[in-house]
Design a protein around this ligand. Structure first.
Ligand code: ZN
Ligand code: ZN
Length: 148
């Protein structure tokens, strides 16, 4: 992990302040879901998150996980990648922008960052007098292993 990466406490603090700002009640589940995403080194499905949280909290339901993920995504604490009809995978927003290549056969996700591509996107936006705020680049295809 990155040496300057934020530690878990900072994410929990951020979550607390969002919850307070929105006038919501405290919930342990939200913190547990955030913790699972923090510890994950990969993108997780809601079911995978559910199974992890369940080890600590047997009362959690899958619907709560879905609801909490939508909430965290709206608040920009997590991001998701769509797998079409197969649903979404989630990751914690660590504040380091990156894009994704997604294998449609095995579901593998390759993260990448390309200076040139970033620059080009800004240029395209500018040409169209478009004020770019954020973007998500997902490239769908077949990974090296699945081509064999
Ligand atoms: Zn693959
Ligand atoms: Zn990612």
């Amino acid at each position: 992990m990155n040496a300057n990466a934020k530690d878990l406490d900072l994410y929990l603090e951020e979550l607390k302040s969002i919850v307070k700002k929105r006038g919501l009640k405290y919930s342990l589940q939200r913190e547990q879901i955030l913790k699972v995403l923090f510890n994950a080194q990969k993108h997780l499905t809601p079911e995978e998150i559910y199974n992890e949280v369940k080890k600590e909290n047997s009362t959690i339901g899958l619907a709560t996980v879905y609801r909490t993920l939508s909430f965290l995504e709206r608040e920009e604490m997590v991001s998701s990648i769509s797998f079409g009809s197969e649903g979404k995978k989630y990751e914690l927003n660590r504040g380091e922008h990156h894009d994704h290549m997604i294998c449609i056969k095995c579901g593998k996700i390759i993260e990448f960052f390309d200076e040139e591509l970033e620059r080009l996107q800004e240029e395209i936006a500018k040409k169209n007098s478009f004020k770019l705020i954020t973007h998500q680049m997902n490239m769908y295809g077949v990974c090296k292993e699945c081509q064999e």
